[in-house]
Write a protein that binds this ligand. Structure first.
Ligand SMILES: [Zn+2]
Length: 534
């Protein structure tokens, strides 16, 4: 009974873990490495054909984005997930495949001129379409007997429509263990979906730690603040531009705008037009308005029962073609435009920024995290002008950052969630899906609270029957430089961490050296650790 760590190990993307029970291999998530975490999406550290089952916690690409590649490279097993995750996966993987194809095409066009080798996309639309052949679905709370000695239950994680924690009861010979994978844990009081479910106990927990070092501080007044901004901008005759992730966040925005319209909160223009300019967001919104029985929180359920359409209101339009998108900028009627990508690094939003950033009467509202190096971050940091499509655009519009919404549980809620595991209290907690500076720190916090915990490294293997590590992992070298996002650590600490990484790199390179020098190396490190472990 083994657990291997194949992704989101001391980083926040590429989630992938593998359980081995009774000779069967069960993968939990198969996410894409993104941004600064990207090392090598092409290669998986296992043979895809050897995997018997894949369980998917939720549809976000950092948990699901390599499934088409898994299938392309020989996976023949069964994929199990919740009904709504399966629906969202369908559209998100196609969208991701489209991006992969476009990327490869762009690189090849560029490469042709410089004589570079031909690039194949990571996977194609056809590969993404094939994923559906392998998917079976379940509902929250339904116990599924996956194979001999393995029972699986998906439990609401409150993070995205259909998102789940996965609880598994394992039996191999006389050994019985219960393990819970948190997936991504949701923030409390998000609209539409429910809060994360807490568990009573488990022998092992694999938990995320995205916000393991901080709490959300913002006060919950999203509708009021958004209404005020729209009102002021409309009164000035400007547009409100909202860069937003197409799935989840866009539907939350629609939910709030419907409230704003119902309550006539925008006095200057009560029936202001709203455009969703993202084909993926349009398709996702259709799923959010389908059969959501068993997936909604009480408020949303009440709306549905009362016959209120959660996302529908007068003057809402969804554009599909790029001609429709372009036409939005020719019409000067003040409007709200919600478009992707959420960090402005690609997609139609860049056209809207080009046409609106220079207009002082307009407002750009950021509703999600902006990673380092993205156009969104640049604007938030007060850029006076930006380059878009080869043109220098002055930034005169009002730039606003709304921290109000986060789809992740913060530190206190993560701690509250894990501390409810009492019967039994976990033998060990594996802390994953947190930055290099955050995951080990959160594991330390858990140790301080009486848990046995650590943040595994890539390719680490753990024996669950014996409760011990049997193979150490390593931290892959990152391509991109780390962003100075959330974790506020001193530069002295950061330099200590990077020296530590250099040390691990040296240890790996020392493999194969003679035993005498390896023993002497280990001895001097041990002395160093003893000196500093006070
Ligand atoms: Zn997620």
């Amino acid at each position: 009974m083994k657990l291997s760590f194949y992704g989101a190990d001391q980083c926040v993307t590429g989630s992938c873990h593998c359980l081995e029970v009774n000779g069967k291999k069960i993968l939990v998530d198969c996410g894409l490495q993104q941004g600064r975490d990207e090392v090598d999406n092409q290669s998986l550290p296992f043979a895809p054909g050897s995997i018997d089952y894949l369980l998917v916690t939720h549809a976000h690409i950092d948990h699901s984005g390599r499934i088409p590649m898994l299938v392309k490279q020989g996976f023949k097993g069964r994929i199990l997930t919740t009904r709504l995750t399966a629906e969202l996966l369908n559209i998100m993987l196609l969208d991701s495949a489209h991006i992969q194809e476009q990327d490869a095409e762009w690189k090849n066009r560029k490469g042709e001129r410089s004589g570079a080798a031909h690039v194949e996309p990571l996977y194609t639309i056809e590969d993404a379409q094939r994923v559906q052949e392998y998917v079976t679905t379940c509902e929250y709370g339904q116990v599924v007997e996956l194979c001999e000695g393995v029972e699986v239950e998906f439990v609401d994680a409150g993070h995205l429509l259909g998102s789940a924690c996965i609880a598994m009861d394992l039996k191999e010979g006389d050994v019985k263990k219960r393990i819970v994978f948190s997936g991504d844990l949701g923030n409390i009081k998000q609209p539409i979906i429910r809060d994360p479910v807490h568990f009573q106990g488990a022998d092992y927990v694999v938990m995320e730690s995205t916000y393991g070092d901080r709490n959300h501080t913002e006060v919950w007044s999203y509708t009021d603040d958004l209404a005020k901004l729209i009102d002021e901008t409309m009164a000035r005759g400007g547009n409100v531009i909202i860069p937003s992730f197409a799935v989840g966040r866009t539907q939350e925005l629609l939910y709030f705008i419907r409230e704003i319209k119902d309550q006539h909160m925008v006095k200057s223009n009560p029936d202001f037009p709203v455009y969703i300019d993202s084909p993926l967001a349009k398709r996702a919104t259709t799923i959010f308005t389908g059969d959501l029985q068993g997936y909604l929180d009480d408020d949303a359920l009440k709306l549905v029962k009362d016959g209120t359409h959660m996302f529908n209101f007068t003057n809402l339009r969804m554009t599909e073609t790029s001609e429709e998108s372009k036409a939005l900028n020719e019409d000067r009627t003040p409007k709200v435009i919600i478009s992707a990508s959420g960090m402005c690094d690609a997609g139609r939003i860049r056209h809207h920024l080009k046409h609106n950033l220079w207009r002082p009467e307009c407002t750009v509202v950021f509703v999600g995290y902006q990673g380092e190096g993205t156009l969104g971050r640049h604007l938030l940091e007060g850029a006076k002008s930006v380059k878009l499509f080869g043109e220098e655009i002055a930034v005169k519009a009002q730039i606003v950052n709304f921290h109000g919404l986060s789809s992740h549980a913060d530190r206190d809620h993560l701690l509250g969630w894990i501390q409810d595991f009492k019967a039994p209290k976990p033998e060990h907690v594996f802390v994953v899906h947190g930055d290099r500076e955050v995951a080990p720190f959160f594991a330390q916090t858990l140790c301080g609270l009486g848990f046995e915990a650590h943040a595994p490294q890539y390719t680490e293997v753990y024996d669950l029957a014996a409760n011990r590590q049997i193979e150490v992992g390593y931290l892959p070298e990152r391509k991109a430089k780390p962003f100075d996002g959330a974790p506020k650590t001193s530069s002295a600490y950061q330099s200590l961490v990077s020296v530590g990484e250099m040390l691990m790199e040296l240890i790996r390179r020392s493999r194969g050296r003679d035993n005498k020098s390896l023993a002497s190396f280990a001895d001097s490190l041990r002395k160093l650790i003893e000196k500093w472990d006070v």
